[in-house]
Ligand binder design. Structure first.
Ligand SMILES: Nc1nc2c(ncn2[C@@H]2O[C@H](COP(=O)(O)OP(=O)(O)OP(=O)(O)O)[C@@H](O)[C@H]2O)c(=O)[nH]1
Ligand SMILES: [Mg+2]
Length: 322
């Protein structure tokens, strides 16, 4: 899935004002040229039905319709149609020249004018001087999509993120018996109490080498920007870290180095596969020492999962009432 693209957007050109004279029977000339129509605006609108950014990428230059030229006999030019560009919820727009944010579009129907159409020219009626229409605004913009989910699963390779996601949401992922099986973010919806839901997102795995571009890199971490809660997934069988705390430190270092503001996101530590781990008492003690909320679970046996979910529900519900 492509989630960062560069586009050129341009408002429609304003229609020309008309320069026209009407000769009356008494030979007096009367100017009767009308104004041109304004050019259309380029508007970005968030929609659940929007295609991915891949589709927009195919059309790199988006231009709204021009206004019609003014006519004689005071016939005003029609305004150009606005060009409405549908983008998925979670899209952010930036001016390319200075990377200034234009707007985050996070709610259905939310919209912003990105390039205004040019004003239509003035016609000569009423003895004004006829003018051409103005050009529409032109901007180069960066369009970035970040997944809108409540809870992000961030973890060591093979720690059981896909297994947990599938267990909770029936998302179309499966635990795989090899690491780095999840190569792109996966979303699942956890539904409870008839009408409530929590959106989960599994991100590809991180480990020591990720920041050197090994494994799957760290680009996908920008999706965390709108996370309400991060779950740090560790593996009690210690395949990718010597101890639980070392694994946690690795994960935290990588995401906080990626963006220091991620430190503000509430988090919880989950040590999975306790059905297979040795020396759980020691691990628990070490985790206790980090001052983090933590849960010991096994997705395979279901142990601890309910307590974890009660914690998550409380957190997310608290967040939405805040
Ligand atoms: N014993 C045991 N095995 C588990 C548990 N949870 C997951 N597994 C197994 O661990 C392996 C990896 O699980 P995944 O869910 O694919 O792990 P992941 O974190 O999504 O891994 P990647 O995304 O591929 O890096 C699979 O073979 C799972 O069946 C558990 O609680 N206990
Ligand atoms: Mg996975």
């Amino acid at each position: 899935m492509l989630d960062k693209i560069h586009l050129m957007v341009q408002g429609g050109r304003g229609g020309k004002g008309c320069d026209s004279l009407y000769r009356r029977k008494d030979h007096k000339t009367i100017p009767n040229g009308a104004d041109g129509g304004d050019g259309g605006n380029v508007i970005f609108r968030a929609s659940h039905n929007a295609p991915g950014l891949d589709r927009l990428k195919l059309k790199q230059h988006l231009i709204a319709e021009s206004g019609e030229h003014g006519g004689s006999e005071n016939k005003r030019g029609r305004k150009g149609e606005d060009l409405i560009v549908l983008v998925p919820l979670g899209t952010s727009l930036y001016r390319r020249e200075n990377h200034m944010a234009i707007r985050d579009l996070c709610h259905e129907g939310e919209e912003v004018i990105v390039a205004r159409g040019g004003r239509g020219g003035v016609g000569n009626s009423g003895d004004r001087e006829a003018t051409p229409g103005e050009e529409g605004e032109f901007f180069e913009i960066d369009v970035e999509f970040r997944i809108m989910a409540d809870v992000f699963l961030v973890g060591l390779p093979g720690s059981g993120k896909s297994s947990l996601l599938h267990h909770l949401t029936r998302a179309h992922v499966e635990g795989k018996d090899y690491p780095f099986a999840t190569r792109a973010p996966v979303i699942g919806v956890y539904a409870y109490d008839d009408y409530k839901q929590i959106l989960f997102c599994e991100l590809p795995s991180l480990y020591e080498g990720s920041t050197e571009g090994r494994g799957l890199g760290t680009d996908f971490l920008r999706h965390l920007a709108r996370a309400k809660l991060v779950v740090f997934m560790l593996d009690a069988t210690m395949k990718f870290s010597k101890t639980a705390v070392e694994g946690l430190n690795t994960l935290q270092r990588i995401i906080y180095e990626h963006d220091t503001s991620f430190r503000q996101i509430p988090s919880v530590v989950v040590l999975n596969k306790i059905d297979q781990g040795d020396d759980l008492g020691k691990m628990q003690e070490a985790l206790q020492g980090t001052g983090q909320f933590y849960f010991l679970i096994s997705v395979t046996t279901g142990e601890g999962v309910e307590s974890l979910m009660n914690f998550i529900k409380e957190r997310i519900e608290g967040e939405s009432h805040a």
